[in-house]
Design a protein around this ligand. Structure first.
Ligand code: NAD
Length: 254
């Protein structure tokens, strides 16, 4: 087991990549704190982990709200006494070119996808600094490196998360804390289904077009990203610091 006796906090773990990663971490021996803003979805992840014989606890929090995040971290530390791994995964989609986006919609995407990385990090890092140990994985996207139509707010956040990851690594290396980013391509999750439905009259044709942009010819699955996050969370990646890890079926280089 690659995460035996580790404690991992995963934000947005009620669905998609976060849920699959939570289940994988639990199978690898971690105690998993499952965060989500949607209680029913978060508890479903915990149930799936418990049914498979793993250990998990749901803690409700909105990653955009400092008091809420602080209460989550406090409860996690009271329960498990430490947090070894933080996976800042929670995120929402944002569709539109700049002239099409209302300021409120822009602010919400920035809040969840960027402030939602800042706040859990802000509240967990002092604990990791004290223990001089920890690993943080930030959810970016291959969109940080390529231009895609009508994704202005979303790509702004994912580019910022990549830059933030490098900055965090410089600040916390001296505390023996590693900070890396994962950059998925198109992974079939509820998030992508919702984006396709909102953006295209013919979602099936859109999927076909996405596939032609990827060297793999296929869309990814949540498990493809989860195994990369497991690698970043484990000691196997101990020489990776501030790195972007692409899991995109070759879209960046195609
Ligand atoms: P998803 O919608 O299946 O899961 C996201 C989860 O985050 C949901 O359960 C949602 O309730 C939760 N969440 C939303 N706002 C929250 C908040 N304020 N506080 C706490 N939880 C909140 O999406 P997914 O596809 O699994 O995406 C997960 C992450 O991966 C996101 O950051 C997304 O931007 C990123 N990503 C996804 C893809 C993809 O193709 N699916 C590609 C690149 C990056």
């Amino acid at each position: 087991m690659r995460l035996r006796d580790k404690v991992a906090l995963i934000t947005g773990a009620g669905s998609g990549i976060g849920q699959t990663t939570a289940e994988l971490f639990a199978r690898e021996g971690a105690s998993v704190i499952v965060n989500d803003i949607d209680e029913a979805k978060g508890k479903e992840t915990v149930r799936r982990i418990a049914d498979a014989g793993g250990i998990a606890l749901y803690i409700h929090a909105d990653v955009t709200d400092s008091a809420s995040v602080w209460a989550m971290v406090d409860e996690a530390l009271k329960t498990y006494a430490r947090i070894d791994i933080l996976f800042n995964n929670a995120g929402i989609s944002g569709v539109g070119a700049i002239h099409e986006i209302e300021p409120e919609a822009w602010d919400r995407v920035i809040a969840v996808n960027l402030r939602g990385v800042f706040l859990p990090s802000k509240h967990v890092l002092p604990h990791m600094m004290e223990r001089r140990s920890g690993t943080v994985i930030n959810m970016s996207s291959c969109i940080a490196e390529i231009g895609l139509a009508r994704r202005a707010s979303y790509s702004a956040t994912k580019g910022a998360v990549l830059a933030l990851t490098k900055s965090m690594q410089v600040d916390y290396a001296k505390y023996n804390i590693r900070v890396n980013a994962v950059l998925p391509g198109t992974i079939m999750t509820p998030f992508v289904e919702q984006y396709l439905q909102a953006s295209y009259e013919d979602p099936e044709a859109a999927i076909a077009a996405i596939k032609t942009r990827q060297l793999s010819g296929n869309l990814g699955r949540p498990g493809d990203v989860a195994s990369a996050v497991l690698f970043l969370a484990s000691d196997e990646s101990s020489f990776m610091m501030g790195s972007p890890l692409y899991v995109d079926g070759g879209v960046v280089f195609g």
